[in-house]
Design a protein around this ligand. Structure first.
Ligand code: HAS
Length: 568
């Protein structure tokens, strides 16, 4: 019997279809994204030598991998999960016309961006830094994905205010606070990148202006890029705070910790982007220091989460009969097929210990000089976005599909092992990146053509071993992903065993504190606006005034000569 311990609610068939399609569409694209991830790993490890993966060149495949996995899959999932949380916790029907408009824009946007990448006209990686230039349809496509997701978010405001009107003085459900925090961070993040796209990239890409201010474009990108990572993390935190404690058999240790974490991330997610630019000229040390300082503050809610989750799991394990200082660890439902979602969430937490610590390393100004632009970085972000974020997103996708369609999970034993196998793969994959990154191996480099190629004067044999780790880890991750896809699509196409309904897991709080400071978004929004002005107005002004020479476009499709070597 699966864990069906909550109130299941019947929802409008239109919304049910919408959530399902919003999960299934990006899941199909994810197959392509993961395939290109595997090809990157195999190529960088030297296991394969072809630069053409399914007809895509190295950087083209890397662009597809990053855009599909990190932008498309995550945004669609966040919107689908948002619908489920809002409908479930606020109990009000949603405006389906607006929902379909949002979905249509997101799909059209995805197809436009995909067409540009697949036709080789947008080989710009997921960071789309100029002077790499994409076809305008790529930028337009991304903008449509963003606008579509905004529309979905704005459609949740009327039911939210109606709920508040009908429940005066009541606490807003914790999951709703988390989803609103997610999308507030998203709106904050996407305004600067919209400015970059509309006023800089599209005119330059259309040829209306010959050059572009690269430092300004990069600063606007990272103004978006760091809150983006918390837009990914926050839905995972919603699952951690509201579901993991109950799955562990207990209660959420502190409701206040959850609210504080969500609101703290609204406050500090954005004024930190320059920590991606510590090595860039043209930004003064003062602003680098300010962003480094705020970065340390944005890590605080993750420490709060670590302690709250440990305490909640300990409580649950003791309810399950666990004893002793450490003996309770054995009583968690690691392989429980009824509470299988626990394994997805727990494995993500374990990976995040390492992803988090390496984030602190990145944020430390001096250490950043060692690791910046090396393979350390992909190792770090695979332990964050491909750790807790990916595992919780795919786990919740499967959970929602099974509940909404009334199907039984197929291959339950495989299912419960998927996250642990993925964890093994990620740990091996990342170990290679950390070791060689600390030794200086560059990221974003067509390694097979340069440092990994014995024929190249830049050949670096000492990075070969870590390359093998990357390849082996990548293979294990792909096996885990394949197992997941078989379970997911097997469940989807299986026979229904009950009436489909919307059902979420809701943990009761152990400490149900009432702290006024976390009952309203307003003070946190004002604080966030102030911090943004402090952190960004001066460096942006500085960058605009600096009169950097503009850059003409560049394409990585130009052949790179093998004889590259030190300059004269
Ligand atoms: Fe990061 C670069 C700093 C978190 C993603 N980051 C990246 C990039 C990505 C990314 C994609 O300061 C690369 C972008 C690019 O392409 O260039 N990052 C941080 C810091 C944190 C952090 C300080 N990053 C994330 C998260 C991401 C993410 C989350 C995605 C979701 N990151 C940086 C910096 C750079 C950077 C620099 C730029 C570097 C450069 O030079 O380019 C913090 O938020 C991390 C705080 C996390 C913790 C961990 C808490 C642990 C928990 C688990 C508890 C476990 C339990 C289970 C209870 C403090 C919650 C116990 C079980 C047992 C068995 C013991």
């Amino acid at each position: 019997m699966e864990l069906t311990n909550e109130r299941a609610i019947e929802i409008e068939p239109g919304l049910r279809r919408m959530i399902l399609i919003e999960i299934i569409f990006p899941m199909v694209l994810l197959i392509l994204g993961i395939y290109h991830g595997l090809m990157q790993a195999l190529y960088r490890s030297g296991f394969i030598h072809s630069r053409e993966f399914l007809g895509l060149e190295y950087f083209q495949g890397l662009t597809l991998h990053g855009v599909v996995n990190a932008i498309v899959f995550t945004t669609f999932f966040a919107v689908a999960f948002g619908y489920a949380v809002i409908r479930y916790h606020l109990g009000r029907p949603l405006n389906m016309k607006v929902a379909w408009l949002s979905f249509a824009l997101m799909v059209i946007g995805t197809l436009l961006a995909a067409a540009a990448i697949l036709s080789g006209q947008a080989t710009v990686l997921y960071t789309f830094y100029p002077p790499l230039r994409a076809h305008p349809s790529f930028y337009l496509g991304l903008a449509l994905v963003v606008i579509g997701s905004w529309i979905a978010f704005f459609s949740w405001l009327p039911p939210y205010f109606a709920w508040k009107r009908d429940h005066p003085g009541e606490k807003i459900p914790l999951a709703v606070v988390g989803i609103f925090a997610t999308f507030i961070v998203w709106v904050i993040a996407t305004i600067p990148v919209a400015i970059e796209i509309i006023f800089m990239l599209i005119p330059w890409s259309m040829g209306w202006v010959p050059t572009i201010n690269v430092p300004l474009a990069r600063m606007l990108f990272w103004f978006f890029g760091h809150p983006l990572v918390y837009f990914w993390l926050l839905p995972a935190y919603v699952m951690y705070y509201t579901m993991l404690p109950k799955l562990a058999g207990g209660k959420l240790y502190s409701d206040f910790a959850g609210r504080l974490t969500f609101l703290w991330l609204v406050l500090y997610s954005a004024p930190v982007g320059i920590h991606h630019q510590f090595t860039e000229p043209g930004i003064s040390d003062t602003w680098k220091f300010v962003h480094a300082f705020f970065t340390m503050l944005v890590a605080v809610p993750s420490f709060v989460t670590a302690f709250t989750m440990a305490a909640s799991m300990e409580y649950g394990a003791r309810q399950n009969g666990g004893h002793g200082l450490l003996g309770w660890w054995s009583k968690l439902p690691y392989l429980d097929k009824d509470r299988w979602l626990f394994s997805y969430l727990f494995a993500g937490l374990v990976i995040f210990i390492f992803g988090g610590i390496t984030g602190i390393v990145n944020a430390s100004y001096n250490l950043n000089n060692v690791v910046h632009n090396t393979t350390w970085l992909p190792a770090h972000f695979h332990q964050t976005v491909a750790g807790p974020v990916f595992l919780s997103f795919i786990g919740m996708s499967l959970f929602l599909v099974a509940k909404l369609t009334g199907k039984r999970i197929k291959l339950p034993t495989w299912n419960v092992w998927v996250p642990y196998l993925w964890t093994l793969g990620i740990m091996i994959f990342s170990s290679g990146g950390f070791v060689s990154g600390a030794g200086g191996e560059p990221r974003r480099t067509n390694l097979g053509l340069t440092y990994g190629n014995p024929q190249s004067p830049l050949y670096q044999p000492e990075w070969a071993m870590s390359g093998i780790f990357t390849g082996v880890g990548g293979i294990i991750m792909t096996i885990a992903a394949l197992m997941f896809f078989i379970v997911f699509f097997g469940t989807l196409f299986g026979k229904p065993v009950r009436q489909g309904a919307l059902e979420l897991i809701v943990s009761e709080p152990y400490h149900d504190e009432r702290v006024p400071a976390v009952q309203s978004f307003t003070p946190w929004l004002i604080g966030a606006a102030l911090l943004l002005v402090i952190a960004y107005a001066p460096p942006i002004t500085q960058t605009i005034r600096s009169h950097f020479p503009g850059a003409p476009p560049y394409s990585p499709h130009r052949p790179v000569p093998l004889s590259v070597g030190p300059g004269p």
